[in-house]
Ligand binder design. Structure first.
Ligand SMILES: [Zn+2]
Length: 165
């Protein structure tokens, strides 16, 4: 008890335990600890405090709510693209569906128009200059039919592409 230095390096002990001391200071603290049971006790206390803190950290588990909210957040962040893709493909399918319906109705209308033209044929036959217009009218009807078929084919292809991808 009597041969240890009077000055206790108390303020250096935690730095010593954390390995933050330089070579010289570390040697001084170590030699002091060998001679001073008071400081050894202090070091033991500091060590047990550190262990207590560490075990407290280890035993600390995040609340389940936090875990759930984090999981929800992650799933929300991970899925915007598929949701957007699904919505987009649905919209495209709906647009294609209505386009096909519209084209079919348009084609039917054109057919009805053509039928009406056929019915009007006897009347048209009465006029030579209206007969001369017939090929042009039929050409327009055929052109519209081809366009309707082409557009519905494109729509169907788009529909197939959106449903398969
Ligand atoms: Zn001491």
């Amino acid at each position: 008890m009597s041969n240890h230095p009077e000055k206790h390096p108390e303020e250096q002990l935690s730095a010593y335990l954390d390995g933050e001391l330089g070579e010289e200071d570390r040697m001084l603290v170590e030699s002091h600890l060998e001679e001073c049971p008071e400081c050894r006790m202090l070091v033991d206390e500091l060590l047990s405090n550190q262990r207590l803190l560490l075990s407290a950290f280890e035993s600390m588990t995040p609340p389940e709510e936090l875990e759930a909210s984090v999981a929800a957040h992650i799933s929300k962040e991970a899925h915007p693209l598929p949701v957007l893709k699904r919505t987009l493909s649905f919209a495209l399918s709906a647009i294609s569906f209505f386009a096909v319906i519209g084209l079919v109705l348009g084609a039917l209308y054109i057919k009805m128009f053509a039928g009406a033209v056929k019915l009007m044929k006897p009347l048209l036959l009465l006029s030579t200059h209206l007969i001369a217009d017939m090929p042009l009218l039929m050409g327009v009807v055929i052109l519209f039919s081809v366009m309707a078929f082409a557009l519905s084919a494109v729509s169907l292809l788009r529909l197939l592409r959106t449903t398969t991808s």
